[in-house]
Every structure is written in structure tokens, then in C-alpha cells.
Design a protein around this ligand. Structure first.
Ligand code: SF4
Length: 347
């Protein structure tokens, strides 16, 4: 049972486990990049919560702010040029933005782990995968090399790398892209994190391997009470993994809803466009309908609704008034002036 909290001042929405409080509570987060060309508002007041065992997909095109928001949570933004200018990121009620560097180090990687898109460059080519997985135990738990190797094999088994005992001494280049991503997942899970952030974990993989890695993430999450944040540009990969989706555009959350609700009754034209551009296996050869135009330059975000230059439903008001995030239902929110029209078109 989840509870949605709507902040009437910021128009933000937050979903939390009804009891016990969330693992992660991101509230009104702003991140900007100060560059020679001006200030870029990469994340512009986003709010969400994540409960244990819950899976949230943060979805958006390149430049929407989804990865920057995840890097802010991990505390791995490059400052300068990136600065968190407002908001809070609470892990188990404690604001990470106010923690000491030592305390943060204890949380990052251990309590909140992250996997990235490019496993090959994230892994060290001169150490075996067993050494790299085992290093997590040696560095954080002072484990002996022998025991760390045993744990590495266990983890490789857990992420279903075949013949783990034989392959523990192999190097990253000896693994396929999908298997390297499993190695990254094994490293992320080594310390039994409370939260796993997966940033475009399957983008570099072919479709079949993508599905296998997503199924693995879903299975691993079911085995634990870990919260999962899946950062992706691909609405097609989240259906079987996510409980909820937050759709980001130009640094803001423009729609937020349970996953089945987003597919069945989108309430924002941008989400409609994302759904229309998903390839359908049952409609082979059918022309896809990608969203026209490009995402905005974040240094020059359009006035009013930032999506209006690309929106097929845009009207005069859209280029003037910024839409707040409004309640479509208790668990569904949209930042579109005309969300009722969008919803009615999908009844
Ligand atoms: Fe489109 Fe206007 Fe809604 Fe923005 S507010 S998504 S421009 S209809």
C-alpha cells in the first residue's frame, strides 16, 4: 500500500510506503551547471520517494536530467560545474546533502550502489572479474583474498554467469557485453545495498540480452527488499520491472504514475509520444511515430510548458503558463494543462 504526498507549494508529488517511511526521499531537488555559456538548469525541482522493494523507472530523453538527478543522489556530480542549489536527498530520513564526506563514503557504494551503461569502461581491464568483485569485500569488510574469491564466485552464480568457478579468473574482455553487465551487477550487489540505481543498464546491449538483464534485475529485486531506480530513455524496457514511472522532460517530472496506468492511460502528450515510439513485436513493419523535434537546450528552456514547441496538442496558453504537476488520481500526476483531454482520448 503506497501513499502519495503532494506538496502544495512546489506542486511536487511524492510516493511512499504508507507506513515505515521511504528509503529515499528526494524533495524539490535542483541541480544546475555553471558554464562559460551560462547557467544550465539540469534538474529543476524534482521530488520522488522510493520504498524498500519498490522499483521506480525515471524515464526521459538524453538531456532530460534523469542521469544528473541519479548522480546527485549518488553524490558523484562533478562540482564545479554542477551544483545542487536547492532541495534535499534523504536516505532513511537523513539528508545526504548535509552529511560529512566520511559518512557519505559509508553510504555510497555500500548502502546505495549504482551500475552504469558502459560496463567495459567501468571495469578495470588489467584485473580479473573475480578480483574486481572480491575487492568490494576486501576494501569494505577487510576480507581475506581467499574468502573474497569464494564470495565473488557466489555472486557470479547469483547473477547467473555460467561456469562461475571456471571464469572467476577471466578478464573483462573475455566476457560478452551482457555478461560484463552481470559482473557490474554482481559488484553492485556485493555489499547487499538498500538501493540499486541502474543508469541505462541495457542500452549498449542487443534486444535479447537487454531482456535477460532486465529480467535478472527484476528477479534480484524480488529476492531482496532492495529499492531499484532504473534510469532509462526506453519505455519499452521498463514494463516488467518497474512499479512506477516518473517521466522527465527538460529537468522536471512531467508525469508520474504506476507503470500499468502510464501504458493504459497516459496523461501527458510527451508520454503519449514515448508510447507511440515503442516498437511493437505484434505489429511488425508498422511505421513508428517518433516525437517530432529535439529536446530543448537546457540553457534556453522554452517559456511556459517546455514541451510546447514539440507538442501536437499545444495551444496559446502553453507557451505562457508553466503547468504545475496536477492530480489525475491519488497515484497519478501530470504537468499538462490539458491532461483531462489526454486521458479522455485513451478511455
Ligand atoms: Fe502540450 Fe500544452 Fe500540455 Fe504542454 S501544457 S504538454 S504544450 S498541451
Amino acid at each position: 500500500m503506497r501513499q502519495v504526498l503532494v506538496d502544495s507549494d512546489t506542486g511536487s508529488n511524492r510516493t511512499a510506503a504508507a507506513l515505515g517511511g521511504p528509503l529515499l526521499d528526494v524533495d524539490n531537488l535542483h541541480v544546475e551547471f555553471r558554464t562559460d555559456y551560462g547557467v544550465v538548469r539540469a534538474v529543476d525541482g524534482i521530488s520522488y520517494t522510493l520504498a524498500g522493494g519498490e522499483s521506480l523507472a525515471i524515464l526521459g530523453e538524453s538531456g532530460s536530467g534523469k542521469s544528473v538527478s541519479a548522480q546527485a543522489v549518488m553524490g558523484i556530480l562533478d562540482t564545479p560545474p554542477a551544483f545542487v542549489t536547492q532541495g534535499s536527498i534523504k536516505f532513511r530520513g537523513e539528508d545526504m546533502l548535509k552529511m560529512s564526506p566520511e559518512r557519505l563514503r559509508g553510504i555510497r557504494g555500500a548502502r546505495i550502489a549504482m551500475i552504469f551503461q558502459d560496463a567495459l569502461s567501468a571495469l578495470n581491464p588489467v584485473f580479473s572479474v573475480g578480483d574486481q568483485i572480491g575487492e568490494m569485500f576486501r576494501a569494505h569488510q577487510g576480507m581475506s583474498k581467499k574468502h573474497a574469491k569464494i564470495r565473488a564466485i557466489e555472486l557470479m552464480d547469483r547473477v547467473r554467469i555460467p561456469s562461475a568457478r571456471e571464469r572467476v579468473g577471466d578478464y573483462p574482455h573475455q566476457f560478452s557485453g551482457g555478461m560484463r553487465q552481470r559482473v557490474m551487477i554482481a559488484m553492485a550487489l556485493a555489499l547487499d545495498p538498500d538501493i540499486l540505481i541502474a543508469d541505462e543498464p541495457t542500452t549498449a546491449l542487443d534486444v535479447t540480452v537487454q531482456a535477460q538483464v532486465m529480467a535478472l534485475l527484476a528477479d534480484l529485486q524480488q529476492e531482496t527488499s532492495m529499492g531499484l531506480i532504473l534510469i532509462t530513455h526506453d519505455l519499452g524496457v521498463v514494463a516488467d520491472v518497474a512499479d512506477r514511472i516518473a517521466v522527465m522532460y527538460a529537468g522536471r517530472i512531467v508525469e508520474d504514475a504506476p507503470v500499468h496506468e502510464v501504458y493504459a492511460r497516459p496523461a501527458h502528450p510527451y508520454t503519449e509520444g514515448l508510447i507511440a515510439s515503442i516498437p511493437r513485436l505484434d505489429q511488425k513493419g508498422q511505421h513508428l511515430d517518433p516525437i517530432a523535434g529535439q529536446p530543448p537546450n537546457l540553457a534556453h528552456i522554452p517559456a511556459g510548458c517546455s514541451f510546447h514547441p514539440r507538442c501536437p496538442r499545444a495551444r496559446r496558453r502553453c507557451s505562457v503558463d508553466v503547468p504545475a504537476l496536477m492530480d489525475v488520481s491519488a497515484e497519478h500526476h501530470s504537468a499538462c494543462h490539458y491532461w483531462e483531454e489526454v486521458v479522455n482520448d485513451h478511455r
